[in-house]
Design a protein around this ligand. Structure first.
Ligand code: ADP
Ligand code: MG
Length: 198
């Protein structure tokens, strides 16, 4: 199995002196390509912090993140944005869909930040993969929580990311719906080779 992401001595300390909190303490780990990987641990154990470092949403206090062997620690802010748009897809606990837009419009949003905008066809293709082909023109506030998370996953996939990072994507769903969403991501990893870190 090929490693896609590697953390080297990754350390994150929030705050300073007596209020300092060490959220990550010299983490050395790897995440494999084409796999569904779940990071598990109690609340406050540093899961979100680790995902934020991998997603280049925040900078480590020490150590670094390699993506495909590429050291991301010396990128400028502009390069980080470009790297994130090109390589990373994000899914959050709350779907963060824009209520007044349709499902299809929501999925098209991140692609419009890219210069080589994917088309309606690409958005429809990823919506089909998550089983929402029949909901394209529904407003986002008219679909269920599970459907909204499927749409959020489709939105995370629309730019063909190397890896999708999902922070508690099922945290706001009932257990049956949550299980279906996890199965969906595992199936995409197995059948389509899409890498997920959850
Ligand atoms: P998890 O996602 O596993 O619940 P987090 O990564 O959110 O854990 O938090 C890890 C630790 O870092 C916790 O002790 C939390 O209180 C602290 N922490 C997280 N974000 C911040 C922040 N922005 N400022 C200060 N402390 C933080
Ligand atoms: Mg968290």
């Amino acid at each position: 199995m090929d490693k896609l992401i590697e953390t080297i001595d990754l350390t994150k300390i929030y705050g300073e002196k007596e209020t300092a909190v060490t959220a990550l303490n010299s983490i050395n780990t790897t995440f494999n390509q084409n796999q569904f990987t779940a990071i598990m641990g109690p609340s406050g154990s540093g899961k979100s912090t680790l995902l934020n470092m991998i997603g280049l949403l925040d900078k480590p206090t020490q150590g670094k993140v390699l993506v495909d062997g590429f050291d991301t620690s010396n990128l400028t802010d502009n390069e980080i944005s470009a790297f994130r748009n090109e390589k990373l897809g994000f899914v959050f606990q709350f779907s963060n869909l824009l209520a007044d837009l349709t499902v299809l419009e929501n999925v098209l949003l991140p692609s419009q930040i890219q210069l080589d905008s994917p088309t309606n066809d690409k958005a429809k293709e990823v919506l089909e993969k998550v089983g929402l082909s029949d909901q394209l023109f529904k407003r986002a506030n008219k679909i269920s929580g599970g459907q909204a998370q499927r749409a959020a996953i489709a939105r995370g996939l629309v730019n063909n990311p190397t890896v999708v990072l999902a922070d508690e994507p099922t945290g706001n769903l009932d257990s049956v719906t949550a299980k279906n969403i996890v199965e969906l991501m595992k199936r995409m990893a197995r059948d389509l080779g899409q890498t997920f870190i959850v």
